[in-house]
Design a protein around this ligand. Structure first.
Ligand code: HEM
Length: 393
């Protein structure tokens, strides 16, 4: 068995799209990641993905961004203005826990303590899912993950019960399809028999969705805010140009991929970039390096430059941050929006949740806190923010 690291854009993209490689980053995180969408392979993955991706069509993500989330964001920004100074990392988690619980299918009362509890759980899920990159003792991370999952399952019970009843009523013809909630839990309960899922499979999928979207979105939001605050001389003017704001967010996503590497195992002998790999070989796909490949992103690839010209028809400004191929991120359009969204024929453009949050905060005068200091996390090899104090208003 050989190990290799791929770091050119073309090779990493080719590997992500190669059906002879399977997911290999989550072997130590079975409590959470066993047989979830991201770790399934082949036909089982295709069928699960086909069912769940109906929740992420452009019309649903557009309505979500411009109607449901926008109302919630206005409330959050009003509260931030009242508070005057706040931590952007915490703000990011509050905003994205709303987003991911809506898509995962977790009902919550609008109580702050419930939300805080759920955020604490999701942070433990994230560390457990990315145990490969944690600097803490693996045994302790796994124990924390188990405690967090048990406490989440109690939290999930009422949401599960409500959806199960609705699905039963739907099957008896008493509830119409369009009256069912549009979330992963409902989709899986509705298709439980055809997808051959036991309750444990469904529980893990809901946990996975909660963490897949929250941590990556919250952290990417803070990276983008930091890059913009360093780059722009007038963020209030920038906020009036959402197309440029979206480019800034995409450029920051390129420089700070939530997962700096992906990992795959070879299941059939295969060629990548002209090199032959054999069954059992393990490949590290260095997304962070691929995103700085100068042949694609230019000589200044390690600098924040949202106006850059990309020299590859198959790349977007955010590079491979959302992955590629069959496991391409389901939340890409939700968080990143649609490129050239003004030209897509829709009357309401879709700039993405991250751009919308930053636009709203910059319109209201968000600035780096003049006295408090921002900090990065130290318990992970990932580039994560622990706190990012700001002022607004
Ligand atoms: C900035 C935010 C995000 C980033 C950078 C990101 C990144 C990624 C990446 C790199 C993958 C593929 C990993 C691999 O191939 O090994 C992925 C998969 C996935 N992401 Fe995201 N993600 C983000 C937000 C979200 C959100 C908001 C959701 C859902 C609400 C989501 C749901 C998923 C799902 C379900 C998959 C698995 C797809 C599959 O295996 O078929 N992500 N994400």
């Amino acid at each position: 068995m050989a190990r290799a690291t791929l770091n050119s854009f073309v090779e990493v993209q080719e590997a992500l799209c190669n059906p002879n490689l399977r997911q290999n980053l989550y072997e130590d995180s079975d409590i959470l990641m066993k047989d979830v969408l991201l770790t399934l392979h082949g036909e089982k993955h295709r069928r699960r993905r086909q069912s769940e991706l109906k929740l992420f069509t452009r019309s649903i993500t557009n309505d979500y961004e411009n109607i449901i989330f926008s109302e919630f964001l206005n409330q959050m920004v009003s509260r931030a203005i009242e508070a005057r100074d706040f931590d952007l990392v915490e703000f990011g988690y509050l905003a994205t826990i709303q987003l991911t619980s809506d898509f995962a299918g977790v009902d919550r009362e609008a109580k702050d303590e419930d939300t805080k509890k759920l955020i604490g759980i999701v942070k433990k899920f994230s560390e457990g899912a990315t145990i490969a990159h944690s600097n803490r003792k693996k045994k302790a991370v796994r124990q924390n993950l188990k405690i967090a999952k048990d406490s989440f399952l109690k939290f999930l019970k009422p949401s599960w019960r409500r959806r199960k009843q609705l699905v039963e009523e739907f099957k008896k013809g008493r509830v119409k399809e369009e009256e069912l909630p549009k979330d992963v839990l409902t989709v899986l309960l509705k298709n439980q028999t055809s997808l051959k899922l036991n309750d444990g499979d469904i529980e893990r999928e809901v946990c996975f969705y909660l963490q897949a979207g929250s941590h990556s979105t919250a952290n990417s939001l803070v990276h983008a805010a930091n890059e913009i605050l360093n780059w722009s001389t007038d963020t209030a003017v920038l906020a009036r140009n959402p197309t440029l704001m979206q480019k800034c967010v995409h450029e920051s996503l390129r420089l700070h991929p939530a997962s700096p590497v992906a990992a795959r195992k070879v299941i059939e002998p295969t060629l990548i970039g002209g090199r032959l790999f054999d069954i059992g070989d393990e490949l590290e796909l260095d997304l962070a390096s691929a995103n700085k490949d100068i042949s694609i992103f230019g000589r200044d690839s390690n600098v924040f430059n949202p106006m850059r010209d990309i020299k590859h028809e198959k790349s977007q400004l955010f590079g491979l941050t959302f992955g590629a191929g069959v496991h391409l991120c389901a939340g890409r359009d939700l968080d990143g929006g649609i490129r050239n969204s003004n030209k897509q024929g829709s009357s309401i453009p879709q700039f993405g949740i991250i751009t919308q949050i930053l636009k709203s905060l910059f319109e209201n005068g968000m600035k780096v806190h003049p006295e408090k200091i921002s900090k990065k996390e130290t318990q992970t090899s990932r580039d994560h923010w622990e706190c990012f104090p700001v002022k607004i208003g």
